[in-house]
Every structure is written in structure tokens, then in C-alpha cells.
Design a protein around this ligand. Structure first.
Ligand code: CA
Length: 234
């Protein structure tokens, strides 16, 4: 089966080289030049790997990686032009699988990609399962993750940190049911299972805030005994 690789890179010459090399190796490349467009593709397509430039025009590749990691284990290779960025990739748990320093040879990149795909073979099938469940992204929500604002029907929601993170997690995978424990682990810095019920109160508060904008519709679904999901057609 053809493997789909998302390339998020704003420099045309570099992107062209990568895309050419990927096609030559039989991959199916998808190209975006901004983080925002990249995130949309991540939410819509089944991807096997992402090549992610750190210096993007709208947001940093680090931020984007963090957002992607909340919802998906898809392998990520960073592209960087700066050695201090390498320090961050190596030193912190950003969540990338590998990195390439510019300038690099596209053949070296495709070799790394193949190595990572061999190593993480099972992860991509897991993602395919998720992505199949999630064919539409919610049209009435918009996340500005540089300002940490979520818009609903074009109106900004005033959310606390936990509320923001819970909604962001649900939004990243519309239709997918998250248990209280899963939400807690993706949102709280120090998850405490004894506080799982507080997820409920945060959800309740998010619902109230959504309701103030659109009273007749509740985009969050409660699945009794399982958890919460964002309705796909929200
Ligand atoms: Ca760049």
C-alpha cells in the first residue's frame, strides 16, 4: 500500500526536492506551507509520516508537533536550519522521531523515513483506524493555538486552561470517544485518577460556554460508561 507522507515546509526549493525524492521512492507526498494547513491535513488524511519544518510562517514546528502528539503517534521528522533548535529537539521531549539539519540530501531523508517506518510499522495502522473514524473535521470550530483561543461559530470562547485543553483534545479527533482517564492524561501535567470526576465538571462548564453561543445544540456527546466525544458534524 502506498504510504502518504505530509511535508510541511515553506521554502519552495527545499519542498520541491523532498517531494521529488519521495515520489521517486514510491511514496505519496502531500505538501503544505503553513502549520495551519498542515494541521488540517493531519485531521483529514491517513498519514504514515510527517516531515515538519520548524521555522514555519505562522507557528513553530515545535508547537505543531505538540498539538499533533495530543491526538496521534504518527512519526515526525523535524527539519531545522539552526543548531539551537537541534538542542531543543534532542534535549526535550518534543515528540519528534528524528531530525535533519539543513542543508541535507533528499536521499538521506528518504533513507531515514524508511528506517522510521520500519521501526514504527504498527503505529501507522493505529492511526489509520483513528483517521477512518474521523472523516469530517468540525466546521464550526477554529483553534488559534498561538493565542490559545478556540472559536465556536466564529466567536471566541473564554476557556480556562483545562477547559481549553479538553476541548482541544476532543477537537483533534472528532467522533472518537475519550475516557475520563484519557482526557486527564492528555490535559493534566500531573494526572491524578482520584480527580477523574473533575473532568466531568470541566466538560459541563465547556458545554455551558458553548451553549451561550448556540443554545439549541450540544456538540459534545456523553457516551455513558465510556466517556466523551465531539460530534463529527459539530
Ligand atoms: Ca522554513
Amino acid at each position: 500500500m502506498t504510504k502518504t507522507i505530509l511535508v510541511i515546509e515553506d521554502e519552495p526549493a527545499i519542498a520541491d526536492n523532498i517531494i521529488y525524492a519521495l515520489k521517486t521512492e514510491g511514496f505519496e507526498p502531500v505538501h503544505c506551507t503553513t502549520g495551519k494547513d498542515g494541521l488540517e491535513v493531519v485531521n483529514k488524511l491517513t498519514l504514515n509520516l510527517i516531515v515538519l519544518d520548524i521555522g514555519l510562517p505562522d507557528l513553530s514546528g515545535f508547537e505543531l508537533c505538540k498539538t499533533i502528539r495530543k491526538a496521534s503517534d504518527v512519526p515526525i521528522i523535524f527539519l531545522t536550519a539552526r543548531s539551537d533548535e537541534v538542542d531543543r529537539i534532542v534535549g526535550l521531549e518534543i515528540g519528534g522521531d528524528d531530525y535533519m539539519t539543513k542543508p541535507f540530501s533528499p536521499r538521506e531523508l528518504t533513507a531515514r523515513i524508511k528506517a522510521i517506518l520500519r521501526r514504527t510499522g504498527n503505529k501507522s495502522s493505529e492511526i489509520q483506524l483513528d483517521q477512518n473514524l474521523q472523516q469530517t473535521s468540525p466546521k464550526h470550530f477554529l483553534i488559534d493555538n498561538t493565542k490559545m483561543i478556540i472559536y465556536y461559530h466564529k466567536k471566541p470562547l473564554e476557556l480556562s486552561r483545562y477547559e481549553y485543553k479538553i476541548l482541544e483534545t476532543l477537537l483533534a479527533h472528532p467522533g472518537r470517544v475519550f475516557s475520563r482517564s484519557q482526557l486527564m492524561h492528555s490535559v493534566w501535567d500531573v494526572p491524578d485518577v482520584s480527580l477523574e470526576r473533575s473532568v466531568d465538571s470541566h466538560i459541563k462548564s465547556v458545554r455551558n460556554k458553548l451553549k451561550m453561543i448556540k443554545p439549541q445544540y450540544d456538540p459534545i456527546e456523553t457516551r455513558r460508561g465510556f466517556g466523551y466525544a465531539l460530534k463529527v458534524d459539530s
